[in-house]
Design a protein around this ligand. Structure first.
Ligand code: PEP
Length: 250
């Protein structure tokens, strides 16, 4: 049985103090979740990683990005050894906002993923189509390309440290949800593509849906056979709705 995962993506929100206050309130939520077999985590900004990590226990603390080089002349970037020093071992790669604003290509994602997995880190790899691609019926073509390039040249053992998040770009932060049927159809497709690349380990792969998930709709997505969890932006920012999402899954 695959575990469930709820991961909050805080994007460029919360100061260090705000992040720390949130972290301090997570203990009972993590306890409630873990007794129901649910993993929970948040991805704060780089600045707040340490504060969240050191003011929580059992909460997954993920970075929102990283560079594939260990050090060097890459102004504004943060490397894997820097994250590891803080005890961070989860990283989101290929979020659509990074693809859109920061030229995050599938090839660049693959470089980062290779490096992260070589460092025994866990990767949450985001895939998903734009509204135009969705309207043109290209969802699966786009998602397949993102998977085949982003996850190329790994081995099946490494796949155990990969989570894939299917996030239709048109539903991120827009309040326009993909239906449960679309989420299930594409998440099952993700699992099948990974199966064709790496075999039976795909049955253990956690596949998340992301896009305007909130307490009122999260249970519907997670009731789908191939949706193992959710990557949540807006609704993960307030401790009350974060907690309500966990409660909705129990
Ligand atoms: C996200 O940031 O990955 C996301 C899905 O955002 P939201 O839940 O706000 O749509």
């Amino acid at each position: 049985m695959r575990k469930k995962l709820l991961l909050g993506n805080w994007k460029m929100n919360k100061t260090v103090l705000e992040a720390k206050s949130f972290a301090k309130l997570t203990a009972p939520i993590v306890k409630m979740a873990s007794s129901a077999g649910i993993l929970v985590g948040v991805a704060p900004t780089y600045l707040s990683l340490d504060a969240v990590k050191s003011n929580s226990s059992g909460l997954i603390v993920a970075a929102q990005n990283c560079h594939y080089e260990d050090h060097g002349a890459f102004t504004g970037e943060v490397s894997i050894p820097m994250l590891k020093e803080l005890g961070i071992d989860w990283v989101i790669i290929g979020h659509s906002e990074r693809r859109q604003y920061d030229n995050e290509t599938d090839e660049k994602c693959n470089k980062k993923i290779q490096k992260l997995l070589a460092n025994n880190m866990t990767v949450v790899y985001c895939v998903g189509e734009t509204l135009k691609e969705f309207e043109e019926g290209l969802t699966k073509e786009v998602v397949e390309r993102q998977l085949r390039v982003g996850l190329k040249d790994l081995n099946s053992e490494q796949l155990r440290n990969v989570v894939v998040a299917y996030e239709p770009v048109w539903s991120i932060g827009t309040g326009k949800n993909a239906s449960e049927e679309i989420a299930e159809d594409v998440c099952a497709f993700v699992r099948n593509i990974v199966k064709s690349m790496y075999g039976a380990v795909s049955e253990e792969l956690l596949v998340l849906y992301g896009g305007s998930v909130k307490p009122e709709n999260i249970a519907g997505y997670l009731s789908q056979a191939d949706v193992d969890g959710a990557l949540v932006g807006g609704a993960s920012l307030k401790i009350e709705s974060f907690e309500a999402m966990v409660k909705a899954l129990i």
